[in-house]
Design a protein around this ligand. Structure first.
Ligand code: AMP
Length: 302
């Protein structure tokens, strides 16, 4: 079992009320891969520029990611910069510099097209579709997107959405994509667009799973200290997909492995805001995961 992920491999400059960090490891595919923490092999398809440090690729590889599908091109790496408000939830995007990402045409290395699980992390939906069509029929496909693509490339997004099994979006994106205010109605409208299962992420309020057989609401684990929440959504996806792949689930499975994957995604995502970039994730071990899983299940038990 392996997961193929295509997404950004980036440098992020993050400002919080307490601290600023320049050009540190970021990107949707990087967070996803580190979050899966080698539970199943993850193969990464992406692009970096000349400035990308080998030690950052090594870090992704040490987390269980095969980075041989990340090409190095002439030019600067994708760079995203954001500033968090005092609440550490709201953030302003200060810069999105595409660099080598502007001409990125994903290429799937030979024999990776047979991978059973596909995660289309947040990139241009036309590229997501290209990757989906290059695969030899994965057992399960999931997609993440963002307001930028909902606003600027709605037709491309609709085309890829029609072909995926699971969509992960945050609440404002679900409303924007569907044009419906109620999240129940939004999820129903999105399911009409293609994905049989929809996950609506609500940041510090947890996540909702709209499955084939019902709904599951999972709270977010309450954290003592939030250092940098960037990438928490991608980490959720990493934990979620790794759990599904480890269980051998597919699109025809009942909701049970997906509901379990919601727990794993929530536990995984909870480590992300506890450090800058992937530092919070790297500080954890199996024991910390098990302890946090117990905390979460206690939170869900009357
Ligand atoms: P999240 O906090 O889950 O929204 O993910 C933040 C990550 O997404 C950062 O590491 C960024 O490098 C990456 N990112 C931001 N904007 C884009 C974009 N337009 N395309 C791809 N990745 C992006």
């Amino acid at each position: 079992m392996s997961i193929l992920v295509v997404g950004s491999v980036a440098y992020d400059t993050i400002e919080t009320p307490r601290e600023k960090r320049d050009r540190q490891l970021g990107g949707s595919a990087s967070y996803f891969t580190v979050a899966a923490r080698g539970r199943v092999p993850v193969r990464c398809v992406g692009v970096v520029g000349e400035d990308f440090r080998q030690e950052d690729l090594d870090l992704i590889a040490a987390s269980g990611g095969d980075v041989s599908g990340i090409r190095r091109e002439n030019g600067p790496s994708f760079h995203w910069s954001g500033r968090y408000h005092a609440d550490m939830i709201e953030r302003d995007t200060l810069a999105t510099e595409l660099g080598v990402f502007a001409d990125f045409r994903p290429e799937i290395p030979a024999n990776w097209a047979d991978d059973e699980y596909l995660f289309l992390a947040n990139i241009h939906p036309a590229l997501q579709l290209q990757v989906l069509e290059a695969m030899n029929g994965p057992r399960l496909t999931a997609l993440d997107t963002m307001n930028l693509w909902i606003e600027t490339t709605p037709d491309d997004l609709r085309a890829v959405l029609a072909k995926v099994d699971v969509l992960l979006v945050n609440d404002s994106e679900a409303r924007q994509l569907s044009g419906r205010r109620s999240l129940v109605h939004a999820a129903a409208a999105i399911r009409e667009m293609g994905p049989a299962r929809v996950i609506v992420k609500k940041g510090e309020h947890g996540a909702l799973f709209f499955g084939r057989d019902g709904v599951l609401a999972v709270p977010a684990i309450i954290l003592d200290d939030v250092i940098d929440p960037t990438g928490a959504g991608d980490c959720f996806a990493g934990g979620f997909m790794a759990s599904l792949a480890a269980a051998g689930a597919d699109r025809d499975s009942d909701d049970a492995p997906f509901r379990q994957a919601m727990i794993e995604g929530t536990v995984t995502a909870s480590f992300c805001p506890e450090g800058f970039n992937v530092e919070g994730l790297l500080r954890t071990d199996d024991e910390a995961y098990a302890a946090r899983r117990r905390v979460l299940l206690d939170m869900m038990t009357p």
